[in-house]
Design a protein around this ligand. Structure first.
Ligand code: KG4
Ligand code: ZN
Length: 340
């Protein structure tokens, strides 16, 4: 077809996803099947159920991505799949399927670090150059990174306990908001009074760029208990809004410090990027956009559907690796833990 196309596959958590992305940043298809209904009964993702659901659906999702892109496997330049970190049963399903396609069609296979998928999304959506400062906020991670190139990440800060998405999910559970917690909490907070509950602003004013969210979650639990456990609609909305305000203050403070460290190395005016599932939160996006504006940095946040898990970001990371000649053998071993 004359354009370099990469098929991406994402199966590291509870979405089964496949996408085709061109080297010129065009997304030819981006199919995401959420397993929310399979896991809702249990209030969270059940790894065994997730792995079996990926196995049940991945073939059809790949076929749909290829059909939407209007291509056959022979038109691909490579197949990329999430190789970790994540729930290993699901990662094995995705990576093994990708290897099989690569083997049959004589294509390179590329194992992608899921975090790298999130980290490079802004280059897919906005075409920005390196370096940039990245706040990566997802269900499993909360990090500030200087992104200096594909595969070149310098960590400026990380969480010392819970990831921020985890804090959203656990707090949503405390507030009886159901699963998945992040989007439910954001909805509940609409119209709530963020000033009603005086919750702690974790790490604000502390040196360094690390995060901590478990104390905030505990503070919310204490407020719920003080209210007698039975929350009315108003208390729930106010607590949700107060929680979001505390998270926003913490992220803004930590990111502000990271900007100083980043700009000492890379100068002023480089982009400030937010990525990962929690970056879909509008309150947090607005707070971070305000920070970027005050510091004179372009602010880049992917569209909501490319913040939460998807395969377009995996295909794109595959493009970046392919351009660097970094492909993997079929002996690539998926990794449940894989720091950037
Ligand atoms: O990046 P992601 O889809 O999966 C991981 O790699 O972890 O992130 C999922 C996390 C979950 O904790 C989810 O509750 C959170 O992102 N999340 C949100 C929102 N949408 C998803 N948190 C806050 N507000 C949202 N709108
Ligand atoms: Zn993710």
């Amino acid at each position: 077809m004359g354009m370099d196309l990469v098929l991406g596959i994402e199966t590291s958590c509870d979405e089964t996803a496949a996408a085709v992305v061109a080297a010129d940043r065009r997304i030819l298809s981006n199919v995401v099947l959420s397993q929310i209904d399979e896991h809702r009964l249990y209030g969270g993702v059940v790894p065994e159920i997730a792995a079996r659901a990926h196995l049940d659906h991945l073939d059809a999702i790949i076929a749909e991505a290829m059909r939407e892109a209007g291509i056959g496997f022979a038109d691909l330049a490579a197949v990329a799949a999430t190789g970790g970190p994540g729930l290993i049963g699901g990662v094995l399903v995705g990576a093994t399927t990708a290897k099989a396609i690569a083997l049959v069609h004589g294509l390179p296979f590329i194992g992608i670090n899921h975090l790298e998928g999130h980290a490079l999304t802004a280059r897919l959506t906005d075409g920005i150059d390196f370096p940039y400062l990245l706040l990566l906020v997802s269900g499993g991670h909360c990090q500030l990174l200087a992104v200096e190139g594909a595969g070149r990440y310098r960590r400026l800060g990380t969480t010392i306990d819970d990831a921020v998405g985890e804090a959203f999910d656990k707090t949503a559970k405390l507030l009886d908001l159901g699963y998945p917690g992040g989007p439910a909490l954001e909805r509940a907070a609409e119209g709530g009074d963020p000033a009603r509950f005086d919750l702690p602003r974790p790490m604000v004013g502390k040196p360094g760029c690390d995060f901590s969210f478990s104390g905030l979650k505990t503070a919310v639990r204490r407020r719920v208990e003080e209210l007698g456990g039975a929350l009315d609609e108003k208390a729930r909305a106010d607590l949700a809004a107060s929680f979001q305000a505390a998270v926003a203050a913490s992220l803004v403070d930590r990111s502000g410090r990271a900007i100083e460290a980043f700009e000492a190395d890379h100068g002023a005016g480089r982009p400030f990027v937010v990525a990962g599932g929690v970056a879909a939160n509008r309150t947090l996006r607005a707070a971070l956009a305000g920070l970027a504006e005050r510091r004179g940095m372009p602010f880049v946040a992917p569209p909501l559907g490319l913040c939460t898990d998807n395969a377009a970001m995996i295909a794109w990371a595959g493009q970046e690796k392919l351009a660097l000649g970094q492909v993997d053998g079929l002996d690539f071993r998926p990794r449940p833990r894989w720091p950037l």
